[in-house]
Design a protein around this ligand. Structure first.
Ligand code: C2E
Ligand code: CA
Ligand code: CA
Ligand code: CA
Length: 279
């Protein structure tokens, strides 16, 4: 048992070393990934419940790592935040999403918003408003076709600050959504002060919305809250007909999820905008 314990420690040490190695490799690689153009944006449609039309395309970041393949944001966003690389990377996403949307509009596709996720670090960054303005000017995208998604948790970490910055962004004519709604404990009193357009019901409540009465109660409460405050409500993570029917019957405004489309590269997203291949 003794030797076993010792081996376990050695194994643990090795595993820790491997973790540290991987982290270092990712960090060094991430510094170069921007200039090497290894980041990709996938787009996932948001769909209007009544018309069935696409209202927005959410930009979801991927990193095409030369050795590790296509990496999801969960494997590198927190490292980007710790190293400060989230600022240049976030700006890259914003610029490229706006450029892409402008290109779609120039191709004559029906105009939709492009929705970009903002990290809490970006929201707190002093230069955010200037950066957003600059990119809108550079790309010539009408602000009404840009949407920014901020999570409820980030907003609730400092509600007074969030109210100020979100109001300023709204003042530019941009659409604001509160992402992962239901997980961050906003009260109606807080919500009333936020000048936002949309609440996005977190997918953890959507997963069993049609079979779990607690999740159903939370989802319907968010929809009622949205209605009373004149906000749109969208559900994310909609994967099946049961969830879809429940949300339609309970008058959720929009939906997003694998039932309609997974996140896809720009070429395929353009097809969805032409109405091809959307469920
Ligand atoms: P999120 O903004 O809540 O995005 C929703 C996530 O759920 C996405 O994962 C999406 O691919 C996934 N998803 C979409 N439909 C379904 C579905 O029907 N079922 C299930 N189970 N999942 C679905 P993804 O692309 O891996 O992104 C994860 C998170 O990474 C995002 O969560 C967002 O917080 C963050 N993220 C993505 N892109 C960016 C970015 O450019 N900047 C920042 N700061 N964060 C980003
Ligand atoms: Ca999001
Ligand atoms: Ca979300
Ligand atoms: Ca999430």
């Amino acid at each position: 048992a003794k030797t076993n314990g010792r081996n376990n420690y050695q194994f643990y040490d090795q595993a820790m070393d491997q973790e540290a190695d991987k982290r270092l490799m990712l960090e060094t690689g991430m510094r170069k990934a921007l200039e090497r153009e290894e980041f990709r944006i996938y787009y996932q449609p948001k769909v209007d419940m009544v018309s069935g039309r696409v209202t927005a395309m959410e930009a979801l970041l991927r990193w095409e790592h030369p050795e590790l393949g296509m990496l999801p944001p969960s494997s590198f966003i927190s490292l980007a935040e710790e190293t400060g690389l989230i600022f240049p990377i976030g700006e890259w996403v914003l610029r490229h999403a706006c450029l892409q949307n402008r290109a779609w509009q120039d191709q004559g596709l029906a105009p939709v918003r492009v929705a970009v996720n903002l990290s809490g670090y970006q929201l707190q960054h002093k230069g955010l408003i200037a950066t957003v303005r600059k990119i809108l000017e550079e790309t010539g995208l009408d602000p009404m076709y840009l949407e920014l998604e901020v999570t409820e948790t980030v907003v609730m970490q400092n509600p007074d600050f969030a109210v100020a910055i979100l109001n300023e962004l709204r003042g530019l004519g941009i659409h604001i959504s509160i992402d992962d709604f239901g997980t961050g404990y906003s009260s109606l009193a807080h919500l009333k002060r936020f000048s936002v357009n949309t609440l996005k019901i977190d997918k953890s409540f959507v997963r069993e919305v049609d079979i779990n009465s607690t999740d159903a109660a939370i989802a319907t409460a968010i929809i009622a809250m949205g209605n009373s405050l004149n906000l749109k409500v969208i559900a994310e993570g909609v994967e099946n007909e049961g969830q879809f029917s429940f949300l339609r019957e309970n008058k959720c405004d929009e939906m997003q999820g694998y039932l309609f489309s997974k996140p896809v590269p720009p070429q395929e997203a353009a097809k969805l905008l032409r109405g091809e291949g959307l469920k």
